[in-house]
Design a protein around this ligand. Structure first.
Ligand code: S5P
Length: 467
């Protein structure tokens, strides 16, 4: 018999794997229960489990082991001693005395950690640990567990860019136990059906997450040297709005009408001027007058993405002459930091703030976690000219940058071209965004002014609540 199989049978004998009727933490009634906390009573078993876990990671390069508290602390300790790998410990709560550190151990920024949990079901405990240790500058590519309950956690983690490896899936466990007559066919089917019918999706998980305390606007203002950021935050605080209206209409007349209507409720008006069919400089002059009257910034969402020489030309060239009137522009960093460098030379002269697109809102975006991290690093390095980033889940670690988030709609949902929407309250409270970008949610409404007022209220209240 394979070691892995023999180990599983032992786990069943010692009551670590239990079948029957159990009430889970979520209140759900489950036909099986995995109690790996019992393992600390059997040192030999702990050793055998740790050996199986080591098989998953023995060829990987990493500096630290980290167990998700509390159940996996014994696992990380055992692995650490057996294989002479340093361990770090994530605290469950911040210490009241001494250092306020959330991660104990000896480590440096940029080092790699493998995170271990006993069981992965929704992925939430794993994600909470990952957030804390990544905030300390550690990097994680791999997460491992003894059992994948096959309820969505692994796919959630993979969506976030981690590789999740497990010793057993619940399906494998059922197969082994059934072959060895430890469970009957009815239990086999019941358990599989339970797993299939109780999937916890990524979106649902996000809603369950605890609110994370985030920066307030005044703190960001204190931490930035960027004049455009300070101006923007002044507007947001004066008008009590964190709304950026994405005015994606097709003509001058429609754009001016919309700007006039939503002006009192927004901090920023975002445009795609190359989709205005009758664009001319008169439009710019009229928009500037409206921006002055209603006190908002003009944001041309040009998403520059070419080599430095070309983006400089695109930034200045007629008929749009973006550098002459925009307060904010977006830039992709797919060509590297050189795009930001090139735009910076003109932007600083013209007083334009750059926003780095770090992560996109589309269902099939290619902005992986690796890409996003690099984009955030570029934004952080160039704060003299960069105001913030466009992203969905992650803000830069530096307190001087703003997080702009599109894909926001009161009703949620998606369009049929890949855009995905989230509710503003969830975005401000759970993900800690600073400005919401709303397009169709406002301009496709019959009464855009009223809608903008509603978004303003919901967004501002959610911001206050998270503080
Ligand atoms: O990832 C992104 C980045 C941006 S800037 N996803 C986006 O949707 N945007 C922009 O936000 C997009 O170009 C559009 O102008 C706006 C979203 O519009 P809506 O109508 O879907 O709200």
């Amino acid at each position: 018999m394979q070691k892995k199989e023999a180990l599983l049978l032992k786990l069943e004998e010692l009551g670590v794997l239990q079948f029957g009727q159990f009430t889970l933490k979520s209140g759900l009634s489950s036909p099986f229960y995995l109690d790996f906390r019992r393992v600390v009573a059997y040192p030999q078993l702990l050793k055998e489990i740790s050996e199986q876990l080591w098989e998953l990671i023995k060829d990987l390069e990493f500096d630290h082991l980290c167990g998700v508290p509390y159940a996996a602390l014994s696992l990380s300790s055992a692995l650490s001693m057996m294989h002479n790998k340093p361990m770090i410990v994530k605290r469950k709560e911040v210490k009241k005395h001494g250092t306020k550190k959330m991660v104990e151990g000896v480590f440096e920024e940029g080092q790699k950690a493998v995170v271990i949990d006993d069981v992965i079901s929704s992925g939430i405990s794993m994600i909470e640990t990952l957030e804390v240790i990544e905030a300390e500058g550690l990097e994680v590519d791999y997460v491992i567990s003894i059992v994948d309950r096959m309820q969505g956690g692994v796919s959630t983690l993979e969506k976030q860019g981690y590789q999740a490896l497990s010793v057993y899936t619940i399906a494998e466990i059922l197969d082994i136990l059934y072959r060895h007559d430890r469970i009957d066919e009815q239990m086999y089917n019941l358990t599989l059906a339970f797993v299939q019918n109780n999937q916890i999706g990524y979106e649902q998980l996000r809603l369950q997450r605890k609110a994370v305390p985030r920066l307030n606007y005044s703190t960001i203002k204190v931490n930035t040297q960027n004049g455009v950021t300070k101006r923007l935050i002044d507007i947001m605080e004066q008008k009590q709005t964190n709304l950026c209206c994405s005015a994606d209409v097709g003509t001058k007349a429609k754009l001016l009408q919309l700007a006039q209507e939503v002006g009192p409720y927004i901090a920023v008006l975002k445009t795609h001027m190359d989709s205005i069919e009758d664009f001319d400089q008169e439009l710019v002059i009229e928009l500037q007058a409206l921006a002055k009257r209603h006190n908002f910034l003009l944001f041309e969402d040009r998403k520059f993405a070419d080599i430095g020489h070309i983006v400089q030309q695109q930034f200045k060239a007629a008929p749009y002459c973006i550098a002459d009137w925009a307060d904010l522009i977006t830039v992709h960093v797919v060509a590297g930091a050189s795009s930001v460098d090139a735009l910076k030379q003109i932007a600083l002269q013209k007083n334009v703030g750059l926003i780095v697109v770090a992560q996109m809102s589309t269902v099939d975006t290619l902005t992986s976690r690796e890409y996003m991290k690099k984009a955030l690093a570029i934004a952080q390095d160039q704060q003299e000219v960069v105001v913030g980033v466009v992203s969905q889940n992650k803000r830069p670690r530096d307190a001087g940058l703003l997080m702009f988030t599109p894909g926001i709609k009161l009703g949620g949902g998606s369009d049929n071209l890949g855009q995905q929407y989230n509710h503003p309250t969830e975005a401000f409270e759970k993900r800690g965004i600073d400005l919401m970008i709303v397009g169709r949610g406002i301009y496709q409404d019959e009464q855009p002014a009223q809608k903008a007022a509603e978004y303003r209220k919901v967004g501002w209240e959610a911001y206050l609540k998270r503080l």
